[in-house]
Write a protein that binds this ligand. Structure first.
Ligand SMILES: Cc1cc2nc3c(=O)[nH]c(=O)nc-3n(C[C@H](O)[C@H](O)[C@H](O)COP(=O)(O)OP(=O)(O)OC[C@H]3O[C@@H](n4cnc5c(N)ncnc54)[C@H](O)[C@@H]3O)c2cc1C
Ligand code: SF4
Length: 468
């Protein structure tokens, strides 16, 4: 009997979706979820689990979906992952669990991401969110022990949910006016609807987590203040939100946005709904995004959806094989008509007499020997300079640690890039009672890696607090 093909998730047609911000993939319906789950051969050694950074029992939850026990499936997922509706949508499964699925040998790994999303969406639609019984952890005076968390991205949210379930009073301090970190200010609505992030944050509040927004740790309160306020431990999960630039002439011209500013205006402040929301973004007919990671794809795909934009370019100095963005994002960007200028390096941004950017001077590149990151390093081909006409330029070249908090804590060890030195197994820093994890200790990584770090840190914080 011929093996069944992996079921793809249906998506909005590219021609329709470039005119809206609605979610692109529709997700599986019940029949599709059961059919895809039934392809799983229930391996004796389920290698898929080794590929999952938080070790979800994938084999078991897939089996339960095939048996139509969706409540059972979501229960299994939630044992290890408190944000399944998010991870089912944004995790790079193709380099994690699906890469390790034995079915890949025949070219067709199980669509684990879509099944995880199905179980999470089923739970939300059916309102059968299971109650968690919590016994408060009290100190000698009978007061519940409080723990502070700086930052409400996936790392901070995970620490808070794990500690709250253990009985601690978990209080998150978030610099922005909404909780969620990159999930709300970075990843666009059409990849991760904000209602889903809100649902997950509301669930945390039900667990007793308190979220205090518009509070910048390091400025509104110092780390010393936190301990003086009675918190017995602190988790730092402030991400890596400082933008990097190309450092070429012309980057200060009008019409050049850092990807962080552009994405924050669009996603957090809803500039794409201006004037209904009062933050505008001035954008021209021709947009160029420099870089080819997830941030670049998001900036390019948002631009493509904005009124008045006719052409969107990605400019990347390596070839398509080296592009760091998720495969699905690159495929979707291509379908949506984004123009990929690969093996192309920007040299200079050129402006008009009023200081607005009008052109990018570029040069063609070729790949040489692999560099320290293992990727083949690009070299300019002399005499191949050319210009691309643009009105808006968005450098999206990755991010760095925000120094406001990290450099103002005496004794907190940082590595040479300015990230907090934290034990990868426990999140312990150089200071007792202070833990760190997520992008602020690893540099820009993934949602699931930040969650994994949060989970390990919560366990270590519990051990520390019990000992104290
Ligand atoms: C545009 C974009 C797209 C991405 N797409 C994907 C994807 O598809 N899949 C994937 O797995 N990963 C993706 N990533 C990476 C992923 O989002 C991050 O690795 C992850 O969010 C890191 O989580 P975190 O909790 O460490 O930090 P963050 O999510 O950055 O959260 C940190 C939070 O701390 C707050 N904060 C900062 N300083 C302070 C302070 N001093 N006091 C209080 N609060 C503070 C910030 O406002 C923020 O809310 C993407 C990243 C970006 C930027
Ligand atoms: S490796 Fe693939 S086929 Fe085997 S149990 Fe995991 S998901 Fe199923």
């Amino acid at each position: 009997m011929a093996k069944k093909e992996r079921l793809k998730v249906r998506t909005q047609e590219a021609s329709a979706r470039v005119k809206n911000f609605d979610e692109v993939p529709f997700g599986f319906n019940e029949a599709e979820a059961v059919e895809e789950a039934s392809r799983c051969i229930q391996c004796k050694k389920p290698t898929c689990i080794d590929g999952c950074p938080v070790n979800i029992n994938i084999k078991e939850f897939v089996r339960l979906i095939a048996a139509k026990d969706y409540q059972g499936a979501i229960r299994i997922i939630k044992e290890n992952n408190s944000l399944p509706a998010v991870c089912g949508r944004v995790c790079p499964q193709e380099t994690q669990c699906e890469e390790k699925c034995v079915m890949l040998k025949t070219g067709q790994p199980i669509n684990i991401g879509a099944l995880e999303r199905y179980a999470a969406d089923w739970e939300a639609a059916n309102g059968k969110i299971e109650e968690v019984k919590i016994t408060p952890k009290l100190d000698k005076t009978g007061k519940q022990i409080s723990v502070a968390i700086a930052g409400s991205g996936p790392a901070g949210l995970t620490v808070a949910s794990e500690l709250a379930k253990m009985g601690y009073k978990a209080v998150i301090f978030e610099a922005l006016h909404l909780a969620g970190g990159v999930l709300v200010y970075g990843i666009p609505e059409f990849r991760l609807p904000k209602a889903i992030v809100k649902r997950e944050v509301d669930y945390l509040k039900k667990l007793g987590v308190e979220i205090r927004t518009d509070v910048l740790i390091g400025k509104s309160y110092t780390v010393k203040d936190i301990f003086e306020m009675g918190y017995k431990a602190l988790f730092i999960g402030v991400g890596a939100g400082t933008p990097s630039f190309v450092n070429i002439p012309g980057e200060n011209l009008k019409g050049v946005y850092s990807a962080n500013e552009f994405l924050t205006r669009m996603n957090l402040l809803k500039a794409y709904l201006f004037p209904e929301y009062d933050t505008p973004v001035k954008i021209g007919k021709k947009v160029a995004v420099i870089g080819a990671g997830n941030v670049a794809m998001d900036a390019a795909r948002i631009s493509k959806r904005l009124k008045g934009v006719e052409e969107v370019h990605i400019i990347y100095r390596r070839s398509d094989k080296e592009m760091p963005a998720r495969h699905e994002e690159i495929e979707h960007a291509r379908e949506e008509g984004i123009i990929f200028n690969l093996l192309t390096n920007p040299l200079e941004l050129v402006g008009d007499e009023n200081g607005f950017v009008t052109k990018i001077k570029c040069i063609k590149m070729e790949l040489g020997e692999p560099d320290s990151s293992g990727r083949r390093s690009p070299k300019a081909i002399p005499g191949t300079e050319f210009f691309i006409d643009v009105n808006t330029v968005i450098p999206a070249l990755g991010t760095k640690a925000n120094e406001l908090l990290t450099t103002n804590v005496e004794g907190l060890k940082l590595n040479k890039w300015g990230y907090i030195e934290a034990d990868p197994e426990t999140g312990e820093t150089s200071l007792p009672g202070i833990y760190a994890g997520g992008d602020i200790s690893t540099g820009a990584a993934t949602v699931i890696a930040a969650m994994g770090a949060g989970k390990k840190a919560a366990k270590a914080m519990d051990t520390y607090l019990s000992r104290e």
